[in-house]
Design a binder for this molecule. Structure first.
Ligand SMILES: Nc1ncnc2c1ncn2[C@@H]1O[C@H](COP(=O)(O)OP(=O)(O)OP(=O)(O)O)[C@@H](O)[C@H]1O
Ligand SMILES: [Mg+2]
Length: 295
């Protein structure tokens, strides 16, 4: 079986950022994004690694970057390690499949969220105000209901504390009306194309988050794209509005964590082998359904 990767300290290059799941290295005008097999839930990283998770997430992003490049360009250069800058080729075994060389871009300080269904923070805001990001919605919608049309509900990236939901006008005040409109139009077009494709594979794309950046004067998609980590995917066969839907990938883990006495504060408990295996197979299942390929 392929090697599990939980840390990337073997890479002797400056760190750009280490997130909960991804380790990003700074190559000057490029970045090397490595997706590890780490898993987090409730913002806490677990001691177990999930077999193939890094490859699955990386390959899903790669698939969507290719699939959507007719709508908008993106930061991806290659996932072929032999084309990475020299010095990295000796890590081919560790990096192939789970990493991506990308152009470093000037990130737009906005989280671009599109919602096609009512869930998460959108549901909370709707229940309190009848709107999301000042977009008025019909009354009487239930949890997980499909919205009349997909809506753009951005939030501003705050360096400290939580992101703040804003209206398109609020976003325009921060970054200019032209760029805000471009972000909205691109986000909605991306959601429409990908949600139609996902449906044909038996998956509902409830909502998703993009990050964009400027590269050579053009707006491009950066970060990750339509992964289970940045999107809510539901199984179409089990969809039933009026209740919480089972998340496609992390459901077993979340249900298990609710069933044990853990206060959701670090340190995270060691997961039983069964939970690790089921989670791994769900990630694989998502990958196979989306790409039609096996890892
Ligand atoms: N092409 C790019 N150029 C510049 N910055 C990028 C590019 N792609 C992604 N980024 C930035 O790299 C960072 C990746 O961090 P990552 O998402 O792994 O960790 P995090 O957001 O800090 O934590 P979490 O694990 O909760 O997501 C983000 O801040 C993202 O905006
Ligand atoms: Mg992130």
């Amino acid at each position: 079986m392929a090697k599990l990767i939980g840390n990337t300290d073997f890479i002797d290059m400056p760190v750009f950022i280490k997130g909960k799941v991804r380790d990003v290295y700074d190559l000057g005008d490029k970045l090397l994004i490595i997706v590890t097999d780490r898993i987090s839930a409730f913002d806490v990283i677990f001691p177990n690694l999930i077999p193939n998770k890094g490859k699955v997430l990386n390959s899903i992003s790669e698939f969507w970057f290719n699939y959507t490049s007719d709508i908008i360009g993106n930061h991806m250069i290659t996932t072929d390690v032999s084309k990475y800058p020299s010095g990295l080729s000796k890590f081919k075994e560790e990096l192939q499949g789970r990493s991506m060389l990308v152009n470093k871009v000037d990130m737009v300080k906005a989280e671009c969220i599109v919602r096609g269904y009512l869930e998460g923070s959108g549901l909370k805001e709707y229940n309190n105000t009848g709107s999301i990001c000042q977009i008025k919605l019909p009354s009487g919608l239930k949890q997980a209901d499909k919205l009349p049309e997909p809506i753009f509900t951005p939030s501003t990236k705050e360096n400290e504390g939580h992101d703040i939901n804003v209206s398109i006008e609020g976003l325009s005040d921060k970054i200019g009306v032209e760029l805000a409109t471009q972000l909205r139009d691109a986000s909605i077009a991306l959601y429409n194309k990908v949600s139609a494709y996902a449906e044909s594979k038996g998956l509902i794309l409830a909502d998703t988050k993009f990050e964009f950046g400027m590269f050579n004067g053009k707006l491009v998609v950066a970060d990750e794209m339509f992964t289970p980590d940045s999107s809510r995917f539901w199984d179409k066969n089990e969809y039933e509005p009026g209740r919480a839907q089972k998340s496609f990938d992390k459901q077993y883990l979340r249900e298990y964590l609710e069933s044990i006495t853990w206060d959701k504060q670090p340190p995270a408990p060691v997961l039983p082998e069964e939970i690790v295996e089921k989670t791994a197979s769900k990630y694989m299942d998502a990958y196979e359904r989306i790409t039609g390929k096996k890892i």
